[in-house]
Design a binder for this molecule. Structure first.
Ligand code: AMP
Ligand code: TRP
Length: 332
């Protein structure tokens, strides 16, 4: 079985975009892969995080992942700061990767914004840590969104340079499992913007813990246009909000735009929004209930994460040890 590794930043309860674009695929991959899933709190602090919030957000994300179907026994689920092998290998990779490589990373440019001088140095070397996350398990398949493609290529560059510099074949090639564009969920307030945690409007995203009334309200307020739904996908052209709602409906029913429009084409948004609300409440309700149950029993939840960290460390510590030996560190 191939080993999967993926990570997600602890920015609290995930939204519908995280679920349809990432988490749902992670759940499905468990069927036929050996999966390691990590809440990347070390990555999170490359941007300022309120210390009073970070631990909470780590618990919230972990609970939500389990509620979505990540199996903490069959797979390995843990938080990054609990397994020191990541930072040990990341330091070595800081010395393998070249400034020029990191200078080309578009995510750094996006996140640093205009004032690059004020960005943390952690944000700059973030991709080296991500490469270490993956390679410290010798994982070969990495499910990520399209925005992470460049970081996967960098991971391969680092592995190759390490192997070359230290005359070894220790690190394997890594393959990104790029998750399809069908799962790109847009803001409920603006069909041209991605649904995002950083959106100023609470009405823009559906969180995985929203209750039925909140979901109904957000869908009712969702931006639309005055036309009824078309009967074919071509009719969604130039109607980004309609397209988004149809896309969400399709993703939740494992269908596609054409399939949804075959049933709902010709409907006004009043009727379609009612069906969509019912579907969302039906799919997300059990996840919200389970997330709340897990969060109410902190000791059990933290016990699951600690057990995950111990299993992760059992795989990654020997690999970090061997990388250090290859580099020439004295082992006494
Ligand atoms: P983030 O923490 O926002 O970078 O998202 C974590 C994961 O969720 C990444 O793999 C993203 O590709 C995915 N994701 C985030 N926002 C969306 C969205 N609006 N639609 C689909 N996938 C998303
Ligand atoms: N950089 C990824 C993101 O922002 C999160 C991440 C960190 C990751 N380490 C990883 C993803 C390792 C895959 C593999 O979404």
């Amino acid at each position: 079985m191939q080993r999967i590794f993926s990570g997600i930043q602890p920015s609290g309860i995930p939204h519908l975009g995280n679920y349809l674009g990432a988490v749902r695929n992670w759940v499905a991959l468990q069927k036929d892969h050996d999966c390691i899933y990590c809440v990347v709190d070390l990555h999170a602090i490359t941007m300022w995080q309120d210390p009073a919030q970070l631990a909470n957000q780590t618990r919230e994300l972990a609970a939500s992942l389990i509620a979505c179907g990540i199996d903490p026994q069959g797979s390995i689920l843990f938080h990054q700061s609990a397994v020191h092998a990541h930072t040990r290998l990341a330091w070595i990779f800081n010395c393998v990767a070249r400034m020029g490589w990191l200078n080309r990373m578009t995510q750094f440019k996006d996140k640093a914004g205009k004032d690059r001088e004020a960005a943390s140095t952690g944000l700059f070397v973030y991709p080296n840590l991500m490469a270490a996350d993956i390679l410290v398990y010798h994982a070969t398949r990495v499910p990520v969104g399209d925005d992470q493609r460049q970081h996967i290529e960098l991971t391969n560059d680092i592995a190759q340079k390490f192997n070359h510099d230290f005359a070894t074949d220790f690190f394997p090639a890594v393959e990104g499992v790029i998750l399809g564009p069908a799962a790109r969920v847009m803001s409920l307030r603006d069909g041209a913007k991605k649904m995002s945690k950083s959106d100023a409007s609470e009405m823009a995203s559906i969180l995985l813990t929203d209750d039925a009334d909140t979901i109904a309200l957000k869908i009712r307020r969702a931006k639309t246009d005055p036309e009824p739904l078309p009967s074919e996908p071509a009719g969604l052209e130039g109607r980004p909000e309609a397209r988004n709602l149809v896309g969400i409906y399709a993703a939740l029913t494992d269908s596609d735009h054409a399939g949804v429009l075959r049933v709902h084409g010709g409907q006004g948004f009043g009727a379609f929004k009612a069906s969509l609300t019912e579907l969302l409440v039906d799919k997300l309700g059990p996840i919200a209930t389970e997330t709340r149950r897990l969060l109410a029993d902190r000791a059990t939840l933290e016990g699951m994460l600690a057990a995950g960290a111990a299993r992760a460390a059992a795989i990654s510590t020997p690999i970090a040890d061997e990388a250090e030996r290859l580099v020439g560190f004295l082992k006494v």
